[in-house]
Design a protein around this ligand. Structure first.
Ligand code: PEP
Length: 258
């Protein structure tokens, strides 16, 4: 199974700065034998980038979220089908910043997942626990709830449209990374839940990414864990050199696992 290295730019970069960054990344890309590279720039640039970089060796684009509604009178919203109509193939849903700061509760995340699946998008579904939850020992229960709720209407055949991103909230943007053991333990747990809710084959073929202060200095160790299939990258995706070295780390971990 191919890894994914996805860069989430959040609300960073003006359109030309982003263009320069993509050009630099494209120039330095190794041959992508076993890694899919996805970039999630700010939404206003998506249609432009996807048109202009369509020939760029292998970089794909994602939206950082989409509407929980389909088309209609929802001022300011953009639907999943609008993204596919712009040539976008991927969408991040349930990022902790959206859950915490923009009121995206379980119902909203589930509705967004259903909209995205219906529009044919590939969903990078984020889950993750706060430090309080981890310290109280309830992290496995919380992750199980976040995922089982989001998957409520997702049929087994649609699971090929889902990638899970485990992002402990205490590690996002903090410089603190989960240890490789903590990441592997949670990724294994998630894979076992997918097996329980779906099938062994689905569990084996679902990619589970790690996110949270992933950087060149820790990527090799994290990506080489057996249940880690790449990363969702925030800060380190804003610099071509560090993003490229994460892509290299993914390629290396895949070669070693063969
Ligand atoms: C993220 O926000 O998805 C993320 C992983 O951020 P960072 O890499 O900056 O911790």
């Amino acid at each position: 199974m191919r890894n994914i290295v996805a860069g989430n730019w959040k609300s960073n970069k003006l359109i030309n700065e982003g263009q320069e960054l993509i050009n630099e990344i494209a120039k330095g890309l190794p041959s992508l034998d076993s890694t899919d590279v996805i970039i999630a720039p700010p939404t206003p640039y998506l249609a432009h980038y996807s048109r202009n970089f369509v020939a760029t060796n292998g970089i794909q684009f994602a939206a950082q979220q989409c509407s929980a509604n389909s088309m209609g009178a929802h001022t300011g919203e953009f639907t999943a089908s609008m993204l596919t109509s712009c040539g976008i193939q991927h969408v991040i849903i349930g990022h902790s910043e959206r859950r915490d700061r923009f009121g995206e509760n379980l119902d909203v995340v589930r509705a967004k997942v259903n909209e995205a699946i219906a529009a044919g998008l590939h969903v990078l579904l984020c889950c993750g626990e706060s430090l309080d939850v981890r310290e109280s020992g309830n992290h496995f229960d919380l992750i199980s709830t976040q995922l089982s709720d989001a998957f409520q209407q997702v049929k087994v055949a649609q699971m090929s449209q889902i990638t899970v991103a485990y992002e402990p909230v205490w590690a996002i943007g903090t410089g603190v990374t989960a240890s490789a053991e903590q990441a592997q333990e949670m990724h294994r747990f998630i894979r076992e839940r997918i097996e329980e809710w779906y099938t062994v084959k689905t569990a084996e073929s679902t990619r589970i990414l790690y996110g949270g202060s992933c950087k060149p200095s820790n990527a090799n160790e994290i990506f080489s864990q057996p249940d880690v299939n790449g990363g969702l990258i925030g800060g380190a995706a804003l610099d071509a050199k560090s993003f490229l070295s994460l892509i290299e780390a993914s390629e290396t971990s895949q070669k070693h696992s063969q």
